[in-house]
Write a protein that binds this ligand. Structure first.
Ligand code: G6P
Length: 609
């Protein structure tokens, strides 16, 4: 999605914006631009394609100035081009804006502004804002911005500068994320904290319909009526180098390898002894409220949705609460029935995914209690939820989510176990066994990472094929769906995750020597059936990569290649099967020479519906 950065201070605004934009690269983009104010004029530079093109352009000709705004664009309205790249400039050339979001009524505003003599240069929705600010500008930039946003419908975070106000940067948001970074004699704006963490660890998190007037000396926050707002400084909880690749070739690789430590952080303070009840901070629910639950609705997008599917399974299995899991983009459409005592659990790494935020608002409006499972602290979803349980993954930069998925699954497991304990709905011996397995999970994860070379060998065998099935049943069906998603996201191999039980109802028609199947067949309730399904694929000459427990000669004897995992109770096996499938996707993409951290067309944080 689009990323915005802005700077006002005494250093080079273009350089600081560029560094910030590099830190937002993971959001996905197709073009970029920077505008600065210098000697009473605006100077704008735009490039299409990778940010390295902007590096080169600025190396060739600098863009001096100590007030500036920058943008990476992920095209929604109008194809990637120099004209459509931000910053967009007003007709008189005095005002520049960068925008993240979508202006829904831009068509009618555009017609109206053209009728009033304003001249449009792009096909974007954003450009209306530049002309609107010019229309309302009478010397006070903040007043003009506030007046302009009153004409807008939709979602936005804007950074606005004006050649006539060289000491002011104005920012405003509705629905799209925005933070203001606080420095000494210099200040910043950004779409997320990671973009400016190198510069400062102190930020204001801006809320809907709030405006920030930023100067070199300070920041004034007001609402749209101009009333001053008090805001606590938020201290970013991770170190400046947390978002560096270190010795790893790619962020995705680094993050896969961070899982043992991240799992320890997720368990800390929640589960330390299998004989003691676990605690889940952030839930904000009494035992009576947990006991009274009649329904749980998980909702999320992408990878987080797959974690939600694990949550649904475990919530019914262990806590005996009827549970559903919906894609956030679909939840509102089906107009779900919300009973008294319905708990909605939005799951989101970023806490900013627009579809998930809309689903949360819809469920709250219908009377559900909403407890979110999140990674990024103080996000939009966190602020609108009744409770927030943090997965404690630390920053995740790789577009393909890995450690966040594992920790979302771990948190789903903790939540279901906790509810089962409180409600007394599961055999205490089973709960004890699962808690003991969770406590060992960081060691299992470390062991799985030691086996990376074996996964590389499997990847080398199959990376040239164009199609793949990922099959599983029961609690691991989401593991198959997530394994397939990882592969398609970064390697562009066409991959589908299916219930192995569904194969005979259609997909098996595609099985042939050119399509490989990854079959998750760890021991448990569905193991025997998986053996049968593997045989059906083999009988049709389809190559099979088995994912099975160490020492399982049956699967080992049938599959063409094997990925071994340490045996764990089936209900927690989505945690062990996830890691080698992440590595498989990574190494297949690596063999194919793909740009793993910046896969085509994808954005890590999707802030538009
Ligand atoms: C995008 C990302 C996915 C992610 C999904 C949900 O599509 O590319 O990796 O799973 O958004 O993101 P969230 O931040 O809500 O977990």
């Amino acid at each position: 999605m689009c990323g915005i950065v802005g700077y006002i201070g005494s250093r080079s605004a273009a350089q600081i914006c560029l560094e910030g934009l590099h830190r937002l690269e993971y959001r996905g983009y197709d073009s970029a631009g920077i505008a600065v104010v210098r000697d009473g004029e605006l100077d704008v530079r735009k490039v299409v394609g990778k940010l390295s093109n902007m590096d080169a352009s600025l190396r060739e000709t600098a863009l001096p100035g100590t007030l500036g705004i920058g943008h990476t664009r992920w095209a929604t309205h109008g194809k990637p081009s120099v004209e459509n790249s931000h910053p967009h400039v007003s007709t008189n050339g005095r005002i520049a804006v960068v925008h993240n979001g979508i202006i829904e009524n831009y068509g009618e505003l555009r017609e109206q502004l053209i009728g009033e003599g304003f001249v449009f240069k792009s096909q974007t929705d954003t450009e209306v804002m530049a002309h609107l600010v010019e229309k309302y500008y009478a010397g006070d930039l903040r007043v003009a911005v506030v007046r302009a946003v009153q004409d807008l419908q939709g979602a936005f975070a804007f950074g606005v500068i004006c050649a006539d106000n060289p000491d002011q940067l104005v920012a405003v948001r509705r629905f799209s994320p925005l933070v203001v970074g606080l420095g000494e004699g210099e200040n910043y704006i950004a779409s997320d904290m990671g973009a400016i963490r190198q510069e400062t660890d102190r930020v204001y998190v801006i809320d809907d319909d709030e405006v920030a007037l930023i100067t070199r000396e300070g920041v004034e926050l007001t609402d749209l009526e101009g009333n001053p707002l008090e805001r606590e400084v938020f201290v970013i909880p991770w170190p400046a180098d947390a978002a560096e690749k270190g010795p790893h070739k790619k962020f995705m690789h680094k993050e896969i390898h961070e899982q043992p430590e991240a799992m320890r952080a997720c368990l800390a303070g929640r589960l330390s002894d299998p004989d003691k009840p676990l605690q889940l901070d952030g839930l904000n629910m009494t035992e009576a409220e947990i006991k009274g639950l009649k329904k749980v609705v998980f909702t999320a997008c992408g990878t987080a949705y797959h974690a939600g599917l694990v949550g649904r399974f475990l919530m019914e299995y262990l806590a005996k609460i009827p549970a559903e899991c919906d894609l956030a983009a679909e939840l509102r459409a089906r107009n779900p029935v919300v009973l008294d005592n319905t708990l909605c659990v939005p799951i989101s790494q970023s806490g900013e995914t627009a579809d998930t935020l809309v689903a949360l608002r819809d469920m709250k409006g219908k009377g559900a209690r909403c407890v979110s499972v999140l990674n990024v602290v103080d996000s939009s979803i966190a602020r609108e939820s009744d409770g927030a349980v943090y997965i404690q993954a630390g920053p995740e930069i790789g577009v393909a989510s890995t450690k966040a998925y594992s920790l979302q699954v771990m948190t789903m497991t903790l939540m279901a176990l906790h509810f089962a304990e409180v409600r007394g709905t599961a055999d205490p011996a089973l709960l004890r066994e699962l808690k003991a397995a969770l406590l060992k999970m960081p060691e299992y994860a470390a062991e799985l990472l030691k086996r990376e070379d074996d996964v590389i060998e499997v990847a080398k065998q199959y990376y040239q094929l164009k199609d793949a099935f990922y099959l599983a049943r029961g609690v691991n069906l989401p593991s198959a769906m997530e394994g397939a998603l990882k592969l398609k996201e970064i390697s562009y191999i066409h991959a589908e995750g299916y219930s192995a039980g569904e194969m005979k109802h259609g997909p098996i028609a595609l099985v042939c020597p050119e399509l490989f199947t990854v079959a998750i067949a760890v021991h448990g309730d569905v193991y025997e059936k998986m053996i049968g399904n593997i045989q059906e694929i083999k009988a049709r000459s389809g190559p099979v990569i088995g994912v099975a427990d160490d020492g399982d000669d049956v699967i080992g004897g049938q599959a063409d290649a094997m990925i071994w995992v340490p045996p764990v109770p089936e209900l927690v096996s989505p945690l062990t099967t996830a890691i080698p499938l992440q590595l498989l996707a990574y190494h297949m993409a690596d063999q194919r020479g793909e740009d793993i951290d910046q896969p085509r067309n994808l954005a890590k944080t999707v802030t538009v519906e």
